[in-house]
Design a protein around this ligand. Sequence first.
Ligand SMILES: Nc1ncnc2c1ncn2[C@@H]1O[C@H](COP(=O)(O)OP(=O)(O)OP(=O)(O)O)[C@@H](O)[C@H]1O
Length: 611
Amino acid sequence: MPPGASVVDAFKNLIRHGKHHNNNQPRIADISKQDTPSDQPSTDPSAAQPSSRGLRQHNPDKSPQPREAAEIIVEEERKAKAKMPTYKGLETYHIEEKMGDGAFSNVYRAVEISTGRRVAVKVVRKYELNSSQAGDKHLNPQFKKKPRVTERANILKEVQIMRGTSHPSIVKLYSFSESEEHYFLVMELMEGGELFHQIVKLTYFSENLARHVILQVARGIRYLHEERGVVHRDIKPENLLFERIEIIPSKNPIHRPYDEDKEDEGEFIPGVGGGGIGKVKIADFGLSKVVWNEQTMTPCGTVGYTAPEIVKDERYSKSVDMWALGCVLYTLLCGFPPFYDESINVLTEKVARGYYTFLSPWWDDISHSAKDLITHLLCVDPAQRYTIDEFLGHPWCNAAPAPPPPPTPFIYGNLKEPLSGGKPLDSPLLSAARGGRTHEGRSPGIATLKEAFDITYAVHRMEEEGARRRKYNGRGGAGARGFLSGLNEDEEDLDDESDSEHEDDYRRAAREVAMAPVQDHQVHRSVLDGRAGPRDQGKGRIIQATGAGTNTEAVKPRAGRGRRQAFELDLDNATLLGRRHKRAVGSPLKMEGLRMDDQPPHPIAGSTMLM
Ligand SMILES: Nc1ncnc2c1ncn2[C@@H]1O[C@H](COP(=O)(O)OP(=O)(O)OP(=O)(O)O)[C@@H](O)[C@H]1O
């Protein structure tokens, strides 16, 4: 979490603490608003207690005055900026602010000193302390840092892919360089940051705004799939960045009675945007794969030969992005993800079976056309799933921006199916899913939701790619190694594993994510996103090798517990799915390397590749 963000979140938390959600939808926005920043534990005793909405009305004595709050923010930002690091090899840039971080990297907003150009710089650590040695560090003067070989391959692949792209919907890479300790990726700056945070801010997007966003993403995907032979494999709101535009207050703000919290997203201006969102671009190619060679126009790993199963494999690889596009569109339109569960096993099952629903009342006012499009994306069978061209040809994508329909009058008591106990949707489960404080005072937090996305996508990739391997093996076709394995470094680790072992390893890895001590948090992301091989995981090496990763958003273990539970939310074994089956008012749906030839052969300290 960027320092600025933690301050803002802390402020939001301060002014919103004690807010009780009488709307009860499991929204990402609610989750964030209730989230206590991990580095700034709440000291407010009322924070764990449900209370009435709006601190200003209900607890005016404790409400920070606007000037006070502004001063706090300014002071915190000043402190955060003063702490900006300097990196050997990056002297030509002035680092201003941390914008984000990943497993082994930090992303900063910076200014190129010679030109004044504002950029984003991703600084990736080359070495990690080997945690098995870390304990001996002071005793053993021979202590060595461990080079992260797999990560080097991944970074170089990411760089190669970004270098080869030029599209308005793809974040540009300006230059790549490295020092002894770090890799530096200097990129186009997307001032708005992650789309994720804008969903948090606006609760959900109008259809016009959702279309504006998703079409830009889709055009970027089309370019990657059809012109570059690249599958992104990690399309999610965190990896979609935007350029900020001014919000022009709406003449007729949308108001849905069950969404009192929805901030006015402002007028939508066709061709420009709305909700503060202008251009949207795809970032983070760390998990991307090349599925065909753009020069020879052949699938990678083959020369002038394209067997039917290879063509199919290419299509199926791409279909992973289409499924993710469906998840993003679903989330934009309603503010919560299609697949979520407190238990990682249940979440895995839901993703694998494609269990999701258009939950009422939040989907009631959304057009049938949008739902139809989503059902063609979130279908389990990749052969049935829309391709990017089918997506772009769908009527919803081509509808002219229209004024929003008037909201459906909504009274809780008038729900077609009464919700249990006279407390509609106000269950520990849904409260937890939306991030409201439960009776136990817990909140899953924004990190949990992000992790839910990560796990959902990882499970989906695992399911589909594993299934393809099995199919080819069975047919004596391209085999488990397929054409992908030769080009994408991270798959090579898996090659001599049987398919079932492979899947078991992933399932084990997924379970590990849920059960690991917090310091291993990043390890599991790397296991799940395929940056580390299941083989490593099986030998228990990954945890040792990468346990030093830090993430300020990592879910903290609760006091007195050595290991955390799945998302820290095992509430009476209740699941959203279970409740949806019983209660959903709407229509529940049961849906069913790049070659590194031109990479520098050895690390070249201080070298720069200009794009
Ligand atoms: N070009 C950019 N402009 C603005 N912010 C950026 C940019 N690139 C990255 N960020 C911020 O930094 C975060 C991490 O970047 P990125 O996803 O590329 O890193 P990563 O190490 O690969 O992360 P992960 O481990 O999550 O995949 C992004 O989610 C975003 O908040």
